[in-house]
Design a protein around this ligand. Structure first.
Ligand code: G4P
Ligand code: NA
Ligand code: NA
Length: 189
């Protein structure tokens, strides 16, 4: 999305060689008109996939995922991050390691909301190391659901997330690909 590239160049703050802040339109303040366009873009790219539910990981993925779900006319499921080792028999859960936060957490979803009848589209704001996304796919698998694909607003292609997902045979749609953030310079792919 060209509009997103322009916003990233104008308002994105490169924190270091790996992290870019986009607080003014995605992560802190949200631009609803932009999110609506993002949802329509993801929905158009996955419309042939017979998606039954959209899923995201709390919390920054919720805005783009909700817009996508509205456009596809399916429910949105929010996967929760619980403290590690939280046990509950009514949940599907899987441990995820966060490189950014350097700790493990349990990604969880109620067994009520995903079943073998579901074909799920995962939407998130960033794709970085991909551990959260791969964890989400493990949850879908535990529920005997299938994965329609993964859509991310910003894919940092210099990190291994996309490669990990493609190795699992997953279709990845990225609205913007960032190739490098070195020397405080944003380079798109
Ligand atoms: P991974 O899932 O790809 O392995 O990544 P990781 O756990 O390391 O990511 C931790 C958090 O950092 C995630 O949000 C992710 O969306 C976010 N993130 C990753 N790269 C960037 C970046 O360059 N800029 C910004 N602004 N965020 C980034 P979270 O903390 O899990 O949750 P939330 O923000 O969705 O609540
Ligand atoms: Na997120
Ligand atoms: Na985030």
């Amino acid at each position: 999305m060209e509009e997103l590239q322009k916003l990233i160049l104008a308002q994105g703050e490169v924190i270091n060689d790996e992290i870019i802040k986009v607080d003014s339109f995605i992560n802190h303040q949200i631009d609803p008109v932009l999110m609506d366009k993002i949802g329509k873009n993801f929905a158009a790219q996955f419309k042939e996939q017979k998606v039954t539910k959209v899923a995201t990981i709390e919390s920054s993925g919720i805005a783009p995922a909700l817009m996508t779900a509205k456009e596809l006319n399916v429910p949105l499921i929010i996967l929760k991050k619980e403290p590690s080792k939280y046990l509950n028999s009514d949940l599907y859960q899987t441990e995820v390691y966060s490189f950014t936060h350097q700790k493990n957490y349990e990604l969880t979803v109620s067994q009520k909301y995903i079943s073998e009848d579901d074909h799920i589209l995962l939407i998130d704001d960033f794709l970085a190391d991909g551990e959260a996304a791969v964890g989400a796919l493990r949850l879908f698998h535990k529920a005997h659901a299938t994965t329609a694909g993964v859509g991310v607003i910003i894919n940092k292609v210099f990190q291994p997330g996309e490669t990990k997902l493609k190795e699992l045979g997953i279709d990845v749609v990225s609205l913007v690909k960032i190739k490098s953030l070195t020397n405080k310079t944003i380079t798109f792919d």
